[in-house]
Ligand binder design. Structure first.
Ligand code: UD1
Ligand code: CA
Length: 390
């Protein structure tokens, strides 16, 4: 069997129910966006090619993913999942295995996909207590898939089936090409269904196998903002568990949000409501008080940040005190034993060893040496942008 793998991602749907100017798959999700989550999972399978089927507002998607190596296929007038794959077909390698993913199910796990890849043709399924809305998996006596019947086309007895189609299938390119040429839109939605391929396969004695997902959460789809929030919550909870298992102390885990990557040392303590954004590196024994926002920072060993502080592109050397209510803007470097207190704002400023700015101060484009005490209410006004040395 061929080892060549092509992945097709279907993302041409309009996403009307999001009620947003932003394309559905470009909404933020944890450390990236919906579509980037799917792409990074796809990359774990080392595919030879990823084909992205796009439609409505395609330029948004293309500019967002311009650094990714993708084959782009436009579906300007979407007529169903089968139609989308028909358009992708000329770009699919003839001898490849084809894994078809849906663009709006970002929690999909590579382990589930790898199990699918073990078959010549297989569909990823789940058992649902409430299968309403999904395509139902119809099987024969020996467990092979005879067909997938969409909700709107299902008879009463078919609607009782609780095993559903995740939307993800694996199939050989040659077979796919042949079956896709035989589908029609003679169904309740007047669409070309990709799912009709399964009945054609069964008729050809190449019935699909079904692979059940490890955890139903991983096939959760996003159609509206409620489902987006549910996926965010699942993703955040996974990221927090990873952090805690790596030794970070989250005092009130459910409230901490990780919207980027975090490299953490030992015995770091994080209080309620802290948000991490971008790329942060945090050394041992750092403590972060409640409701801080930490973005793209390198925090040295023993840095203490008190509640309600906001830090962006900040470097600390370690063993220093920041906040409460400090606002440290990009280019701030804090030396050891330094203190930046409440209602102090800094920008492009270095504060040296054992120096202090304890209250109500603005320091911009400054270089503060060692052992300096900046009095309350000090404001630097550096109009011509040359550096102030204190
Ligand atoms: C599809 C499946 C259904 C399955 C469900 C899982 C079909 C016919 N039905 O239904 O069996 O249970 O997913 O969520 O495949 N898309 C395109 N072009 C199109 C139509 C859709 O790119 O012309 C994309 C959408 O952007 C989306 C994906 O394909 O990412 C699935 O389409 P959607 O309309 O959501 O299919 P469902 O009705 O949910
Ligand atoms: Ca859907």
């Amino acid at each position: 069997m061929t080892d060549k793998l092509n992945i097709v991602i279907l993302a041409a749907g309009k996403g009307t129910r999001m009620k947003s100017k932003t394309l559905k798959v470009l909404h933020p999700l944890a450390d990236s966006t919906v579509i980037e989550q799917i792409l990074s999972t796809s990359q774990l399978l080392s595919p030879d090619k990823i084909i992205m089927v796009y439609g409505h507002q395609g330029e948004q998607l293309q500019s967002h993913l311009k650094n990714q190596e993708l084959t782009w296929v436009e579906q300007s007038n979407p007529q169903g999942t089968g139609h989308a794959v028909q358009l992708a077909m000329p770009h699919i390698d003839k001898d490849a295995k084809v894994l078809i993913l849906v663009g709006d199910a970002p929690l999909i796990q590579s382990e589930d996909l790898k199990r699918l890849l073990g078959f010549s043709q297989a569909v990823l399924t789940a058992e649902m207590d409430n299968p309403y809305g999904y395509g139902r998996i119809i099987k024969n006596d020996i467990g092979l898939v005879e067909a997938i019947i969409e909700q709107k086309d299902a008879t009463d007895s078919q609607q009782q089936v609780k095993e559903i189609n995740s939307g993800i299938i694996m199939v050989m390119a040659e077979d796919l090409n042949q079956w896709l040429s035989q589908i029609n839109n003679n169904n309740a939605q007047g669409e070309l269904y990709l799912t009709d391929v399964l009945a054609l396969a069964h008729a050809d004695n190449k019935s699909f196998n079904s692979v059940t997902v490890e955890n139903n959460r991983s096939i959760k789809g996003i159609n509206d903002r409620v489902q987006l929030a549910e996926c965010e919550s699942i993703k955040q909870s996974q990221l927090r568990s990873e952090l805690m298992l790596n030794g970070v102390y989250l005092r009130n885990p459910e409230t901490v949000q990780i919207r980027g990557s975090l490299e953490c040392g030992q015995d770091i303590s994080v209080d309620t409501g802290v948000i991490f954004e971008g790329i942060n590196t945090i050394a041992d024994d750092v403590s972060i008080g409640a409701y801080c926002i930490i973005k793209n920072c390198q925090l040295g060993k023993g840095t203490r940040i008190a509640a309600h502080s906001m830090l962006e592109n900040v470097i600390t050397d370690g063993d220093c005190d920041i906040g409460p209510y400090a606002r440290l803007r990009p280019g701030t470097v804090i030396g050891q034993k330094a203190k930046v207190g409440n209602f102090v704002e800094t920008k492009k400023t270095t504060i040296g060893y054992n120096s202090k700015a304890s209250h109500l101060t603005y320091l911009g484009d400054c270089e503060i040496g060692d052992n300096v005490n900046i009095g309350a209410g000090t404001i630097t006004c550096n109009y011509d942008l040359s550096l102030i040395h204190i």
